[in-house]
Design a protein around this ligand. Sequence first.
Ligand SMILES: Cc1ncc(COP(=O)(O)O)c(C=O)c1O
Length: 170
Amino acid sequence: MLWEPIASAPDALRLLPMEAPWHPATDNSPFYAVKWLSYAANMASTDLARRRGYDEALFLTLDGLVLEGPTFSVAWVAGGRLETPSLGLGILPSITRAVLLDEAAPRLGLPVVEGVFPLARLLEADEALALSTVKEVTPLAAVGDRAIPRGEVSGRLAAAFREIVVAETG
Ligand SMILES: Cc1ncc(COP(=O)(O)O)c(C=O)c1O
């Protein structure tokens, strides 16, 4: 077993969208929705994003559909709903995403829509979020050149998520 402290991260992330031809959504991979160990391409994408002045990458299909980040899921608030890419695209069934959709959003009375969304949909969002065990519920500050507004729903979702974590882990 190895451990190391979690590196401090920005309180809002700037994502560089990029096509991810190696992603299971685009290459008929046998590793569909699997948390596999071949993360080299994902790690290289994070590195590329950082060299371009962003915090992280955001993966798209070759048709420009939103998938996920190298180590996180994404969701956004649009028109009073929480939207997020469907697991049917081959993204990882993230635990954080599941808790947010199944428990945190219902606590806020926020309807959830899982679907297939072009990047333009995320760019027009009212608020947007990165989701993972490490990032928990972290707002997005920008996607590419587009600034994403900071709204109050993100904070309420993050607080609801934290309450659930505390209730389950003490
Ligand atoms: C590709 C990908 N998507 C999403 C996630 C988030 O998963 P979880 O919420 O289970 O940490 C991860 C975590 O490593 C990941 O690698």
